[in-house]
Design a protein around this ligand. Structure first.
Ligand SMILES: *Cc1c(COP(=O)(O)O)cnc(C)c1O
Length: 363
């Protein structure tokens, strides 16, 4: 008998969120970022659900792109970190992948490979992780254009602080990138991550790169996903497996970390950090139980956690629990656990089946 712990994936919400990304992109197009197994939602189903809307996909690495090609995705696929091994240039050519070139060693690999590959150039405008300095761009462009078979499609940069509307860093990065875009009018430019879609003054250039917003979590520090018009795609669900009433002085869970001060109805839920629910979520982290908002009690175990049923006194074993999703925003759980929605969504473990809305209908 299955334990009813699952991640329900609402692909219509995903499509809604992509359409919002397109609207927020103005005249630019949006390459759908589906790295890290579609941010934990399942790479292939996510890409298939977007494949009639998205004109490009972006992933972190070759392994992810290979899976997309095996799944029948035909759109151009951008490899955001390029290739890691010189031998992978051949795979890029064969699978028509577009690596982002961020280092001299990659340029050298292209020079010696003699393959027909379309590439993007990564420019470091302030993030200081990957990319060529703006002053080095001219020379790299010349070098790339001299390689037979290699087509330079455009340039990519990445914002460091776009989640904070008041941070001047984004304008600084846009200034550098805009100057490059006017110097290379025949190339296509891409800067905006999800947060960049919600900055009125940020140029969208030719391509945006929405990631987290597609999955319905907020990319901004202040605004919630609902305020931005996003819909939660994943509902992490389980069920109550036992109920009991704790008497004053009784504790629950490891370390006896929480103790009742009054008689407290409590439910045990079959989900824990072994499923990707954050162990750092403290007492009071919101959950949705049997149609009411409740909260966790005590420490999260590997396979279970405790919830306070004061708000849902009639809850019984078998009743459903939403750990995050349409009723409890993942961003709220993340804030309680001192992390971000990105980490929680990508951290749901393989033990949790992903169930897609087309498989759910009719139940
Ligand atoms: C992950 C990633 C994105 C998407 O970022 P979100 O904040 O999830 O929208 C865009 N560009 C690059 C280079 C990335 O690595």
């Amino acid at each position: 008998m299955a334990r009813h712990t699952r991640a329900r994936i609402d692909l219509s919400a995903l499509r809604h969120n992509y359409a919002l990304a397109r609207r927020q992109s103005g005249s630019a197009k949006a390459m759908a970022v589906v790295k890290a197994d579609g941010y934990g939602h399942g790479l292939e189903p996510v890409a298939r659900a977007l494949s009639d809307q998205a004109e490009r996909f972006a992933v972190a690495c070759l392994e992810e792109a290979e899976r997309l090609r095996e799944a029948g995705i035909r759109q151009p696929i951008v490899l955001l970190q390029g290739f890691h091994d010189d031998a992978d240039v051949t795979a890029c050519a064969e699978l028509e992948l577009e690596p982002v070139i961020h280092s001299d060693h990659q340029v050298a690999a292209l020079e010696s490979a003699g393959q027909a590959v379309t590439v993007w150039l990564k420019v470091n405008t302030g993030m200081n992780r990957l990319g060529f300095a703006p002053a080095a761009v001219e020379a790299v462009v010349q070098r790339l254009r001299a390689i037979a078979g290699v087509t330079l499609k455009g340039m990519v940069t990445h914002y460091a602080c776009a989640d904070d509307r008041d941070d001047p860093m984004t304008d600084h990065q846009n200034g550098i990138f805009s100057e490059l875009s006017s110097r290379f009018p025949d190339l296509e430019f891409s800067a905006a991550n999800s947060a960049g879609h919600f900055r009125v003054d940020s140029p969208r250039f030719h391509w945006t790169r929405p990631g987290i917003m597609l999955y319905g979590a907020s990319p901004m520090i202040v605004e919630s996903a609902a305020e931005l018009g996003l819909r939660a795609v994943m509902s992490l669900e389980s069920r109550i497996t036992a109920v009991r009433t704790l008497q004053p002085g009784e504790s629950v869970g490891y370390g006896a970390a929480w103790r009742a001060e009054r008689p407290t109805p409590m439910g045990i839920v079959s989900i824990g950090y072994g499923d990707g629910y954050p162990r750092h979520a403290p007492t009071g982290t919101p959950v949705w139980v049997a149609g009411a908002r409740a909260c966790t009690l005590g420490r999260v175990s590997m396979d279970m956690l405790a919830v306070d049923l004061t708000a849902a006194p009639h809850a019984r074993p078998g009743d459903s629990v939403e750990l995050w999703g349409a009723h409890v925003p993942v961003d709220e759980v993340a804030r309680c656990a001192d992390t971000i929605g990105y980490e929680l969504l990508t951290g749901v473990t393989a033990r949790v089946p992903r169930v897609y809305d087309d498989e759910i209908s009719g139940q």
